[in-house]
Design a protein around this ligand. Structure first.
Ligand code: NDP
Ligand code: HSE
Length: 451
């Protein structure tokens, strides 16, 4: 490694000075000497683009670096760090940077999940690095392990809690009985919710990360539009209480899995990518991921099961991942070489949501009389959905004591867990069960993962 003095400083442009950008600016300044030693050149922060340069800032930010002229700033950089978010102007600025042969680092999962291939191709054509470790699960090194460390293996499945806000909300609902809206507000105050928390609670943020992870894990192009998505807004306090009663927790999961060809249905091999709330047994490692923490569970053919855990959001944790990328890109500037390119060689279909195969827990209120269970079981069997277990919970007073709603007089509650079944079969089954005369309401249908 050459000494930092023997190489001219590398000019770093920072686009954005919000939750993440402020911490990137702080680390670039406070750790300047260490970074110089690790890179072999000093990293000089040459400007910070913001929307409003006159707005109050954290005192760690050198106000003389602030500018509202992001395009002008990009023209004077060797490395452009984009932490402004959104699609435009972020995409245009990154393309401008790449065209000018600057390396780029971004935390912008929304942009990558929508139009990553345009950026990857531009970077490839220009022979520059594009790094995005912070775009998935904040501080957790997961992009690099999947893209590089597991490049010699075959990943079969990725199961992740990749949105801190929703994990915080579900955890608060589970442990304190908090209301969903209050917990979302707390997450915003703590700095991990997106500016518009709809992106979190409706699952868009997790879907963007799922698309990025699936693309890397399976060497195919997956965009956010390919991801079957369901957020947490329909999860009720009753669902949370029932989950606990049956030995589960509810988590918003991002799932990307390889499905082999199915001779029976003639369906070819493909990749299923989805985001939805799911029941996880309390014994599963992901069940113990609390608060705003994230974790990604990877199953690979040779490596077996791997779990990556840590802070998935917040200014300093995310800035740590950004800085790691800046160091990698900067080292390439000093020593030569280039980071990995997008890999899309795999001939795999992206399967529709209806092809996802999972287990389900269905709760329903039915007339409490003989023969009803048999009718319900018959409706499931008619659609090829096999029952794993049926419970009829105990006395109403015991149910109420655990915070769960009790059925009306003359009704009984059934909790049915199925064996794995395709989403399409389950949807048709639920419709058929709901239409049965003795069925009063389907209280909830939740997927069960991780058993
Ligand atoms: P913030 O909203 O806190 O900050 C955004 C920054 O970008 C602000 O400084 C804003 O300027 C600036 N900005 C926005 N639009 C423009 C524009 N058109 N021109 C110039 N500057 C602009 O966002 P975060 O720091 O939370 O997130 C940044 C990125 O990092 C996003 O892509 C996000 O998804 C990603 N990310 C965030 C994490 C987190 O925990 N917050 C975790 C992982 C990734 P001004 O200050 O003047 O308004
Ligand atoms: N809003 C996101 C979260 C930030 O809650 O996880 C990290 O991408």
């Amino acid at each position: 490694m050459p000494s930092a003095e023997s190489h001219p400083p590398l000019r770093v442009a920072l686009l954005g000075c919000g939750v993440v950008g402020t911490q990137v600016a702080r680390l670039l300044t406070q750790q300047a000497d260490d970074l110089a030693s690790r890179v072999g050149a000093r990293l000089e922060l040459v400007g910070i683009a913001v929307r409003d340069a006159s707005a109050p800032r954290d005192p760690v930010v050198d106000r003389s670096l602030l500018t509202e002229d992001a395009e002008g700033l990009v023209r004077r950089a060797d490395i452009v760090v984009e932490v402004m978010g959104g699609i435009e102007p972020a995409r245009g600025l990154l393309l401008q940077a790449i065209e000018a042969r600057a390396a780029v680092v971004t935390a912008n999962k929304a942009l990558l999940a929508e139009d990553g291939p345009t950026l990857y191709k531009a970077a490839d054509d220009a022979g520059v690095d594009i790094y995005f470790e912070a775009a998935v699960a904040g501080a957790i090194p997961i992009v690099r392990p999947v893209r590089e460390s597991l490049a010699g293996d075959h990943v079969r499945r990725v199961l992740g809690i990749v949105n801190g806000t929703t994990n915080y909300v579900l955890d608060q609902m589970t442990t304190t009985g908090a209301d969903l809206a209050d917990a979302v507000r707390e997450a915003q105050d703590l700095g991990f919710a997106e500016a518009d928390p709809t992106a979190d609670v409706e699952g868009y943020d997790a879907a963007a990360k799922a698309a990025i992870l699936a693309s890397l894990a399976f060497h195919v192009r997956v965009s956010i539009d390919d991801v079957a998505r369901e957020g947490i807004m329909a999860v009720t306090a009753d669902d949370v209480a029932w989950a606990a009663h049956t030995g589960h927790v509810i988590k918003l999961l991002a799932i990307a899995e390889l499905r082999d060809a199915d001779r029976g249905t003639g369906r070819g091999a493909g990749v299923s990518v989805r985001v939805h709330p799911a029941l996880l047994p309390t014994t599963h490692p992901l069940a113990n991921v609390r608060g705003s923490f994230n974790a990604v569970f990877v199953e690979a053919e040779s490596a077996g099961e791997l779990m990556f855990y840590g802070r998935g959001a917040g200014g300093a944790p995310t800035a740590s991942a950004v800085l790691g990328d800046v160091v990698s890109a900067a080292r390439h500037r000093v020593l030569g070489g280039k980071g990995p390119q997008e890999s899309t060689y795999a001939d795999l279909a992206i399967l529709p949501a209806s092809a996802a195969v999972t287990r389900y827990q269905v709760r329903l209120d039915v007339d409490d009389r003989p023969g009803v269970l048999a009718q319900v079981a018959q409706a499931l069997a008619a659609h090829g959905v096999s029952i794993e277990a049926v419970r009829q919970p105990s006395a109403p007073e015991a149910v109420a004591a655990e915070g769960m709603q009790t059925p009306a007089a003359g009704a009984a509650q059934l909790v049915i867990t199925t064996h794995a079944a395709p989403e399409s079969a389950l949807a048709a089954t639920v419709e058929a069960v709901a239409a049965l005369d003795p069925v009063r309401t389907i209280t909830s249908v939740l997927r069960v993962e991780g058993a």
